[in-house]
Design a protein around this ligand. Structure first.
Ligand code: MGD
Ligand code: MGD
Ligand code: MO
Length: 799
């Protein structure tokens, strides 16, 4: 890495001298080098002392690789797949291999630092751990005295492991507020299950799938290590259909690519639903037995009929009164009865008089509601002709088993993706594509395989995290009482859209601690910076055990912490000690790991012990995982009726009892704003990084440049050539980077890899322009409205 690419952060003179001294010690430990250049091969191989260490890699890319690391003379020298694990699961990608340059990157935070200039000015002085921790202790006590415990918030990426800190400090936390829950919000009520952690079946099951519809995910890059499940399915004859506005890597390997208008997937599914209903392509037996579609509802009000009266309160006891079972119309006796007493004899359609109430079935009501969503209508919204929508509907309904795969990066990140999830559940309920081999619905990021529960080490009762009324992504815009942020990872950049607004809020905070590995964007806002080390560096032999994609994996130390950095657990402990609470934590991370293994019933049942993990080179395949994980095989759902309850009564008042079309907030046809800002702005992930992590690895920087990709047509009309410096902007802000011509990008749209660091792009940050709108239906959604990063319009000009 050249000096120009290196850190742009300024240390003051005093700070610089001190940092020099601190790093010099670090350098000795690191084998006399900070960066990679000139370091590789510096020792004659035959003279070197070499060892092999088996360990795990990071988790957020969902690869969950088990690694074989070569350590030469105390330095990490080579990374390969763990060659002792089952061949099917033996893998590593460029990210893993490049850890050599990532760990020894010039971008590493080397020493604790204190801000000396204005917040955001990047002026720091190096300080000692003792000085940093004393300041943190003082500032926490100050905030607690002034505002109370809940004034501190821990903003945390997934990778860092500070799990006990919020409870110990009594502060609030919330991983991924508004992120990755978009379609899941619409899926969850139908099956009552947690669909946020993965689809209803594992992606290995796709070898049994006949029709695979993949929408809003580029899983060949974002679940790259499970790409074999896609290829195996393809070889087994599965037909793969990809919905994506852009010609993604995944689309390029599919049988069919459907270039849908961004943000319009729900309309596509609504069209499919109508076609399946009109052509009676639904599975009537499944619908009668396993869904709420035969249930009766009041034809005028849309209320479901119940055996008793209404939900009410018992006047004497004050207890809520259960209104009793849902009702169906029993065709054999010609009257309304509780649903469980007439299953296959229930009428699916019709209008009935139930004690003077005009009643209809949910199914009939759905059909009526669907009348407006013809495939022609859907074609108008999605830009996909009706015949294609009908063909996909026909295949999905009749050429099963079918699996409907959603992602978390594409269609998930608009203003109303819950409608996609809800429509997907109605499609599933109509066709019965769930529970049997090869069928399913949901996201399969990381394969969505089996996991085990590890032993849960508990803090004493009195320690509990605080609860907040306001979700973290709304701190900049809603009244709240948070004044101190402990940020783990690049959270100011990643967890808030509309970065300029975020910055105003950051300026209003009393105190910010950043705990991280690299000089990423969040660093510059911090008052105190603490350097942590990578998972290859440690002070104990083992500090992480994880249950990953059908395996249990153990981390093993490769090298000592570089520079003056420390592992997560040690930093957490030091912060706890700074406020006198250290004694409540395990002595060290290894004690915790042993506890998690020794107190796991799942592991005990399988005979997986700490020693066995070490003997098996840090990775053991779990028992009974030869067959892929399949949920709901008994077709009992986690709803009160154990059926798929696809009519969402509680959302009827906001127009979503049935999935109903709703325009996006910004990226919709006819938005007057599009005259000023005509290009939709998509941010995707890339196989070369894990969000903002890995941007510091020089070996990867040669493959991924922070560019904005545009269709050549859109470039031509703006006088932009490939490689030109451009400015992308809207009313929220702007950024400057290089334009890249790419026919894979949909005309009228634009695409970038999300999470680029400001220092590697010409000016600004892509997050400056993203939309922070909150859907008005927020309160009705199981996990609240998602952050609509992709529901963003921009214009681009030559800079
Ligand atoms: N290598 C790598 N892997 C990762 C991650 C990483 O950072 N790097 N991150 C992990 C995380 S946290 C997540 S959430 C997942 C996300 O994984 P994915 O869901 O696969 O996310 P993306 O890579 O952003 O892919 C989204 C795709 O959706 C498309 N898209 C955009 N808008 C629309 C739309 O309106 N409709 C449809 N149908 N498609 C649309 C985009 O063009 C893109 O091809 O990946 C995980 N895996
Ligand atoms: N505009 C826009 N914004 C987005 C998205 C988008 O599509 N568009 N996607 C969103 C999504 S889906 C997600 S999941 C989030 C992801 O956002 P983040 O969760 O912030 O993900 P990363 O940027 O990968 O951050 C991981 C951080 O952990 C650090 N790290 C890695 N390993 C360790 C470790 O062992 N210990 C410690 N202490 N730190 C470690 C890395 O250096 C990095 O700072 O971003 C969201 N933000
Ligand atoms: Mo994510």
């Amino acid at each position: 890495m050249t000096g120009a690419q290196g850190s742009k952060f300024d240390l003051t003179r005093r700070g610089f001298l001190k940092a020099g001294a601190v790093s010099a010690m670090g350098l000795a430990a690191a084998g006399s080098m900070t960066g990679c250049s000139g370091w590789l091969g510096s020792t004659a191989p035959e003279a070197a002392e070499e060892k092999t260490v088996y360990t795990l890699h990071q988790f957020m890319c969902t690869g969950r690789c088990s690694l074989k690391c070569t350590v030469r003379d105390g330095r990490l020298a080579m990374i390969q797949p763990n060659d002792t694990v089952d061949e099917y699961y033996r893998h590593v990608c460029m990210k893993g291999i490049s850890e050599i340059q990532h760990v020894y990157s010039d971008e590493r935070l080397q020493t604790p630092m204190r801000r000396v200039g204005e917040r955001g000015s990047n002026e720091f002085e190096a300080i000692t751990w003792d000085e940093a921790l004393a300041t943190i202790g003082e500032e926490l006590n100050k905030a607690w005295d002034k505002y109370g415990k809940s004034s501190v918030y821990m903003s945390a990426s997934n990778e860092p492991r500070f799990s006990f800190l919020p409870a110990l400090l009594g502060c609030a936390t919330g991983v991924e507020p508004g992120i990755d829950r978009g379609t899941g919000n619409g899926e969850a009520p139908a099956i009552g299950g947690d669909v946020f952690g993965g689809g209803t079946a594992e992606s290995r099951d796709w070898v049994n799938t006949k029709t695979l519809v993949i929408a809003g995910t580029n899983l060949l890059e974002t679940s790259m290590m499970q790409a074999n499940t896609f290829m195996d399915a393809k070889e087994a004859g599965c037909e793969i259909i990809v919905l994506d506005p852009h010609f993604s890597t995944t689309a390029s390997k599919a049988d069919q690519w459907i270039p849908i208008q961004p943000g319009c997937d729900a309309a596509f599914y609504l069209g499919m639903m109508t076609y399946i209903l009109d052509n009676k392509l639904y599975d009537e037996k499944f619908v009668l037995e396993h869904t709420s579609l035969p249930f009766l509802m009041n034809a005028e009000t849309g209320e479901m009929l119940r055996e008793g009266k209404e939900w009410g309160v018992d006047e004497e006891t004050g207890e809520p009164v259960d209104p009793g079972d849902f009702m169906v119309w029993d065709a054999t006796v010609g009257k309304a009865v509780p649903y469980s007493s007439a299953i296959l004899t229930a009428s699916l359609e019709g209008e009935f008089d139930v004690d003077g109430v005009k009643a209809t079935t949910a199914f009939s009501n759905l059909k009526k509601n669907q009348a407006r969503y013809t495939t022609e209508w859907a074609a108008g919204v999605t830009g996909i002709d009706a015949a294609t929508i009908e063909e996909v509907a026909r295949k999905y309904a009749t050429n099963g088993p079918a699996y409907l795969v959603f992602g978390q990066g594409g269609s998930d990140k608009y203003s109303n993706p819950d409608i996609i999830g809800h429509a997907g559940m109605v499609l599933t309920a109509l066709t019965g594509n769930i529970g049997k081999p090869g069928s399913g619905i949901g996201h399969t990021i990381g394969g969505a395989g089996y996991g085990v529960a590890l032993g849960e080490w508990k803090l004493p009762e009195q320690f509990k995290p605080a609860e907040l009324d306001v979700r973290a992504d709304r701190f900049p815009t809603r009244e709240n009482d948070v004044h101190v942020i402990i940020s783990l990872g690049n959270t100011f950049q990643q967890y808030w859209a509309n970065m300029n607004k975020t910055r105003e809020w950051i300026d209003s905070l009393d105190f910010i601690v950043h705990i991280g590995m690299y000089y990423e964007d969040t660093v510059k806002y911090a008052d105190i910076v603490l350097p942590v080390c990578s998972k290859f560096e440690d002070t104990v032999e083992h500090s992480i055990v994880r249950s990953d994609y059908n395996h249990v994996n153990l981390q093993t130390k490769c090298i000592d912490p570089l520079f003056d950095s420390k592992p997560d657990f040690d930093v957490m402990r030091l912060i706890a000690e700074s406020v006198g609470l250290g004694e409540y934590l395990p002595k060290d991370a290894e004690e915790l790991v042993r506890y998690q293994i020794e107190n796991s019933k799942d592991l005990a049942d399988q005979g997986i012990t700490f020693d066995a993990l070490i003997k098996n080179h840090g990775s053991i395949k779990m028992a009974n995982t030869d067959e892929p994980r399949r949920g709901y095989t008994d077709l009992k759902f986690k709803t009160p009726t154990e059926r798929m309850e696809v009519y969402y009564q509680s959302q009827a008042e906001v127009g979503q009892g049935w999935p109903n079309w709703e325009e996006n907030n910004e990226a919709y046809a006819g938005n007057p704003l599009a005259e000023k800002y005509p290009l939709q702005f998509t941010q995707t992930r890339t196989r070369f990084s894990n969000h903002s992590h890995f941007k510091a690895a020089a070996w990867l920087q040669q493959f991924v440049k922070p560019v904005l990709e545009l269709n050549p047509k859109d470039m031509e009309s703006r006088g932009i050539a490939d490689g030109d410096l451009i400015e992308a902007f809207n009313d929220r802000g702007s950024f400057k980077c290089v334009a890249r011509a790419n026919n894979a990008v949909r005309p009228g749209s634009s695409r970038t890899f999300e999470a680029g660091w400001s220092k590697f792009i010409e000016e600004g940050n892509t997050q400056n322009v993203t939309n922070d709108h909150v859907n008005e239906r927020d309160e009705y959604l199981p996990t609240g409205a998602p952050i609509p990063f992709n529901d963003t319009l921009i214009e681009v000009k030559k800079a």
